[in-house]
Design a binder for this molecule. Structure first.
Ligand code: ATP
Ligand code: MG
Length: 392
């Protein structure tokens, strides 16, 4: 079948009521963004609870489906034959043509489910079901009707045009990017933070990223790796801004002036302060990290409390309760795993203390920071940010 249009299904739970159009408009916009860079000259429109993408030129079917499978908010992608209403006999002929072209092997059971959106249409749904069933059986005697458990469920929607479709390719689910605000994500070169990005983006949150870069302790390759990870996330998140923060001065100052065993948590408190400053500039309403309970010294409840204490923004930790295997499974699915395991050191490993404190006490941390010009260090780091745009 040479499809020209797709019917896009989205979950309707939670988008009922007066916010529904916002959700639909955001989804239309996201689909438009993804398809405009592909061949096909697609137009994306919405019509009474339906979103359509229609091509005006030839396109690569797999490429388009793949793009749509990265758009959060879509639950199903139905390649569709959309026809004008040229009378009942024409509808029958088109349905026979559709089945003929869509299914090479006709050895299947089917059921027709027609729906009249246009109540002016002269034939009622039940009659349409029976008549179309009959013409299909006549044209393709290998087929059989099974109304309970059909192999092929043929849907015929009579609206001002007529939609004929029978296949639903699963979409990623979630909410369209941008419908739930914006957040600032701490992106490292590891496995967890790209997965955290994907999970939060899936909730409809637009992301910007901060990466703390400790040149020359960490190499240019380590930074490139992080930018590659951001790039791999763009099919899901759209274009991303990565704020690359020079972090070396802070780490060196901590090493000079603070007890080594507090080093990791102190460093993370600086990360949060800087992330908050960048978030405020960008209008982001939360900070996101790939922290997971219990993995390492900086990820105990006490350490999280200590890092949380320096910011008033909510800190979202979507992978906090997941096992490593679950995180890896998602990392593989979203195609970031292979890049994450490339062997470049990150800024934390370079400065990892030999005996990090597992249960840091807030008072102790504040006392250690009294030896530092915290505000000045944060300001210098923020002023030194290099902004990198990562495009789809
Ligand atoms: P990841 O796999 O995401 O690196 P991890 O298990 O290695 O996580 P940590 O290194 O303790 O754990 O980092 C915890 C979180 O802190 C990361 O998921 C990330 O959100 C943030 N983070 C750590 N290092 C950096 C960095 N250099 N730049 C930005 N964020 C960082
Ligand atoms: Mg890490």
């Amino acid at each position: 079948m040479n499809y020209r249009s797709f019917l896009i299904k989205y979950a309707e739970i939670g988008v009922k009521g007066k916010n529904r159009y916002l959700f639909e408009d955001a989804l239309v916009k996201q689909i438009h963004h993804r398809l405009k860079r592909l061949e096909g000259g697609f137009t994306v429109t919405k019509e009474a609870g339906r979103i359509y993408a229609e091509a005006s030129e030839a396109f690569d079917f797999d490429e388009v489906v793949n793009a749509l499978q990265h758009v959060f908010g879509i639950v199903g992608i139905c390649p569709m034959l959309q026809i004008e209403d040229n009378g009942y006999e024409d509808l029958k002929a088109q349905v026979v043509r559709y089945i003929g072209e869509a299914y090479e092997n006709k050895n299947f059971t089917f059921k027709v489910v027609a729906r009249r959106g246009n109540k002016q249409y002269p034939v009622v749904s039940d009659q349409i079901n029976r008549d179309l069933g009959e013409v299909i059986l006549n044209a393709y005697p290998e087929t059989r009707v099974d109304v309970h458990n059909p192999d092929v469920l043929l849907r015929v929607e009579v609206r001002h045009k007529i939609n004929i479709f029978s296949e639903t390719i699963p979409g990623p689910g979630g909410m369209p990017i941008g419908t739930a605000g914006k957040a600032m994500l701490l992106l490292s070169g590891g496995i967890d933070s790209p997965v955290a990005s994907w999970m939060i983006a899936k909730r409809g949150i637009a992301l910007e990223m901060v990466h703390f870069f400790s040149y020359p302790y960490t190499s240019e390759e380590a930074k490139q790796k992080v930018l590659t990870l951001a790039k791999l996330l763009t099919p899901w998140c759209g274009r991303l801004t990565v704020h690359v923060v020079p972090f070396t001065a802070i780490q060196e100052e901590l090493r000079r002036k603070c007890p080594e065993e507090l080093f990791t948590v102190l460093m993370r408190r600086f990360m949060m302060r800087i992330a908050e400053a960048v978030a405020q500039r960008c209008g982001a309403g939360a900070i996101v990290t790939g922290e997971c309970l219990g993995q390492v010294a900086s990820q105990t409840m006490e350490a999280m409390r200590a890092t949380t204490a320096v910011t008033t923004l909510p800190i979202l930790r979507p992978v906090v309760g997941m096992d490593k295997e679950e995180i890896v499974r998602i990392a593989r699915k979203i195609n970031t795993f292979e890049t994450s395991i490339l062997p470049y050191e990150d800024c934390c490993t370079v400065f990892t203390p030999r005996h990090p404190r597992l249960r840091p006490v807030l008072g102790e941390l504040e006392a250690a920071e009294a030896a530092l010009d915290v505000e000045g260090l944060v300001k210098a780091a923020v002023d030194g940010i290099e902004r990198v745009q990562v495009n789809l």
